[in-house]
Design a protein around this ligand. Structure first.
Ligand code: AMP
Length: 406
């Protein structure tokens, strides 16, 4: 069974075609700068890739180009579009409506659009993608997999903000979280890796990429997470500030004469590693600058490590300890230096990195020292596979397909 996984971003669209029985990726690619004159489409697998400049005025056009590339051209894996059996869509915001992945129908589409206020660019783009698939491959089941639904188990004391209660009732002002599919995947994989049931572990999962979040997963259930009503909250990120004193927002608006959308832009696009270092949002570039003696780059590095450390401490406190800490994302998987800094000095809390294992690269592994009470694991995330598995399960539940052993 071939499942097309679509991840529509605000101006991008990533996709993978996955054979669910083998869990192999048969084709993948991305459309970039959707809506801009310099849009392009990259398609293929690692061994061969084509990049085509092509007009992509919107996500509907992007889907059409993607579907064509699956049946035509040098890296087309399919003879016909009919060989796509189902489509799974990543949806950023599921609000309080969706506590799990669902089969898409008109009501689900309407709710995704209704929630667009919380993720305007993403949710609208996703619906365009869904509608384009409905038009191009009618009759195929489509499934929505929400970034937020993993956090449906958060207790109210974790998801409420200490604001007037009416704001929650009137506008749904509360924490929804984000990166849920990634946290869910790495939690499950880590339990498999350790050969222990997820339901018996206290886990802290750290998704450290350009966007960053940390979750407390208590015996398999999300107990807290660092992203909030929007993905701006929590950790310091590539260009996002993460949590700051909220009084800073009106202060900057007043002193810099900024509008709400301008201050939003400042917090989302000009802050974080970029804002502090002044050179880049990319940790590799910042690392090179640190080597050259750039003090602001060093400050950005240190602040980042500190911000992750603080969340680990918080989540150990709310779960009364932790059995395993998992890292993923571009930084979590690849930066041995950052991992060393995050865990430096945590020996009294039972957390010790093995320096040799920390320097190894590129696979799922345990990097804690054998004397460490808490295990530390690096597990590359795979949100697309998780979306494909959910899609399979839901399609299977609604039809007669023989289950595979995933
Ligand atoms: P992601 O959003 O998961 O692709 O992660 C992007 C972040 O990962 C950027 O800050 C990159 O600098 C960082 N990253 C990727 N590879 C490395 C590496 N080898 N060393 C340090 N940081 C890396």
């Amino acid at each position: 069974m071939n499942i097309l996984v679509i991840n529509a971003g605000s101006s991008s669209l990533k996709y993978q075609l996955i054979n669910i029985e083998t869990e192999k990726v048969i084709a993948k690619g991305l459309c970039e700068r959707v809506g801009s004159p310099d849009s392009f489409h990259k398609h293929g697998l690692d061994e061969g890739e084509v990049v085509i400049s092509t007009p992509l005025p919107d996500h509907q056009a992007a889907i059409e180009v993607v579907l064509k590339s699956l049946v035509e051209g040098p890296h087309a894996p399919l003879e016909s579009i009919e060989e796509i059996d189902a489509v799974g869509h990543r949806i950023v915001q599921g609000g309080a409506y969706f506590d799990k992945s669902v089969l898409i129908d008109e009501d689900v589409k309407a709710k995704i659009l209704e929630l667009a206020e919380l993720a305007p660019l993403h949710n609208r783009a996703a619906v365009q993608g869904i509608e384009a698939c409905q038009a191009a491959i009618p009759g195929r089941m489509q499934v929505a997999v929400f970034d937020t639904s993993f956090f449906a188990t958060l207790p109210q004391k974790a998801y409420m903000y200490p604001l007037p209660y009416e704001l929650y009732e009137k506008y749904g002002v509360r924490k929804y979280g984000a990166h849920g599919t990634s946290h869910r995947y790495i939690a499950q994989r880590t339990a498999e890796l350790l050969g222990e049931p997820l339901s018996e572990l206290k886990m802290i999962t750290c998704h450290l990429g350009n966007g960053c979040s940390v979750s407390a997963i208590d015996h398999g259930m999300a107990a807290d997470t660092s992203m909030g009503m929007t993905p701006l909250d929590g950790l310091m990120m590539g260009t996002r500030s993460g949590s700051i004193d909220p009084a800073i927002v009106p202060f900057i608006m007043e002193h810099e004469g900024l509008s709400p959308s301008e201050v939003n832009d400042l917090l989302n696009k000009k802050s974080g590693l970029l804002g502090i270092s002044g050179v880049s949002n990319d940790l590799r570039t910042i690392g090179e600058e640190v080597e050259r003696g750039n003090e602001r780059a060093l400050l950005a590095y240190e602040m980042y490590a500190n911000s992750v450390k603080k969340y680990i401490g918080q989540y150990m406190a709310i779960m009364a300890g932790v059995d395993v800490i998992v890292l993923t994302g571009g930084i979590g998987e690849n930066s041995a230096d950052m991992r060393r800094m995050i865990f430096a000095g945590m020996q009294p809390m039972g957390i010790v990195v093995d320096n040799t294992k920390n320097l190894q690269r590129g696979f799922e592994r345990i990097i804690s020292h054998r004397r460490s009470k808490v295990r530390i694991c690096v597990v590359p995330t795979n949100e697309e596979l998780m979306i494909a598995r959910d899609t399979y399960d839901i399609v299977h539940a609604h039809s007669q397909i023989v289950p595979y052993k995933g």
